[in-house]
Design a protein around this ligand. Structure first.
Ligand SMILES: Nc1ncnc2c1ncn2[C@@H]1O[C@H](COP(=O)(O)OP(=O)(O)OP(=O)(O)O)[C@@H](O)[C@H]1O
Ligand code: SF4
Ligand SMILES: [Mg+2]
Length: 332
């Protein structure tokens, strides 16, 4: 199959220095996003998803953050060594980011319409009148009621869900090649969430690629072509959606899948993965998952498991991945 990589991330390592000590929030992470592909990045809270996303565009606050190693090739250009002016030009045009916190992307002191028009005009030679009309259309597309009036509102006059939809409109309206969406729909109710996901799927039809961060495996199933599973600063498994959902080979991915709530179950499901994510200051030696892993054995404490190639783009960082991939009992 012919494929073309829009984004290639190689050996990305991001460290933080805090009063309590230093740690890697992202450790030797590598992955690719092809043109027109939706890639899900999943994992429990604190495992390094947002730090990964922010580092791609060098938006990590430094200090305390420091990109220690790696390459982020976007159309073969390394974003980590690009001069800051060229990088700014790419941000918001070729690459846009939908943040976990909508206010981070909106200017508090400017009316919505004005912000949107300025953004459009910054990246195209559009006349103000056309930009205004296009901005208003986008507000309607993200289901903002009374869009023409809302164009005159300040962000603080709108609800969190409304702010989030405006940020999504601003990210989509420039038709970027890559959208990095970090929990894009957390503040939205399910109906609106579904509508926003439809918009994102429409973008894919235009060959836009999307890195979609979520901890909702249901969303991954609905939306993603491929999945990256992250745990405690590392990618522990990656593969096509069906490889992950039907042939998960890493004990952590298998735990995440078991925790998907099923509609038929009215009972509260027990957390499928015992224990909790350790503090990054205290990741265990060897395999970071070993203190929660039902399969852990001696070697797991001594060596870090390398990514095992399971064929057809599927890989898992576990010593026994080749055995587990053939044994799916009780996973789903
Ligand atoms: N500015 C910062 N200073 C110090 N530590 C940080 C900073 N930002 C993130 N971290 C730490 O880096 C680790 C990874 O955080 P990150 O925000 O990437 O997690 P996440 O996977 O996005 O979690 P969530 O699902 O809750 O959004 C966490 O331990 C977090 O506390
Ligand atoms: S390497 Fe060992 S501890 Fe880590 S996931 Fe595999 S079996 Fe579990
Ligand atoms: Mg996050």
């Amino acid at each position: 199959m012919m494929s073309s990589s829009l984004l290639i991330v190689k050996n990305l390592t991001v460290a933080f220095t805090t009063d309590e000590g230093g740690f890697n929030a992202v450790d030797n992470v590598s992955f690719e996003v092809q043109k027109g592909e939706i890639v899900g990045l999943v994992g429990e809270s604190g495992c390094g998803k947002s730090v990964t996303a922010l580092s791609l565009l060098r938006l990590i606050p430094s200090p305390p953050g420091d990109i220690r190693n790696g390459q982020v090739l976007f159309n073969s250009q390394d974003l980590l060594s690009l001069d800051i002016k060229a990088l700014r030009q790419l941000r918001g045009s070729a690459i846009s980011m939908i943040f976990q916190e909508p206010m981070a992307a909106l200017s508090p002191l400017q009316r919505i319409g004005r912000q949107m028009v300025e953004t459009l005009q910054l990246h195209s030679s559009m006349a103000a009148k056309d930009a205004w009309r296009q901005a208003e259309e986008w507000l309607t597309r993200v289901k903002i009621p009374n869009a023409s009036e809302r164009m005159f509102a300040y962000p603080f006059q709108l609800s969190g869900g409304m702010q989030q939809r405006i940020m999504i409109a601003m990210a989509l309206m420039l038709h970027p090649e890559l959208i990095i969406a970090d929990e894009p729909t957390t503040a939205l109710d399910v109906t609106i969430q579904a509508q926003v996901f439809d918009l994102i799927l429409d973008m894919r039809e235009e060959q836009t690629s999307i890195l979609l961060i979520t901890h909702d495996m249901g969303v991954v199933w609905e939306m993603c072509d491929r999945v990256l599973v992250m745990y405690a600063s590392k990618i522990v498994e990656q593969g096509a959606r069906d490889q992950i959902f039907f042939h998960a080979a890493h004990p952590y991915s298998r735990g995440l899948l078991r925790s998907i709530p099923r509609l038929k179950d009215n009972i509260e499901r027990l957390p499928a993965i015992a224990g909790s994510v350790p503090s990054p200051l205290h990741y265990p030696s060897g395999c970071h998952f070993r203190d929660r892993c039902p399969h852990a054995f001696e070697r797991c404490a001594k060596e870090e498991p390398p990514l095992v190639d399971l064929g057809s783009g599927h890989g898992a960082a576990c010593f026994i991945a080749p055995d587990l991939v053939h044994n799916q009992d009780g996973v789903k």
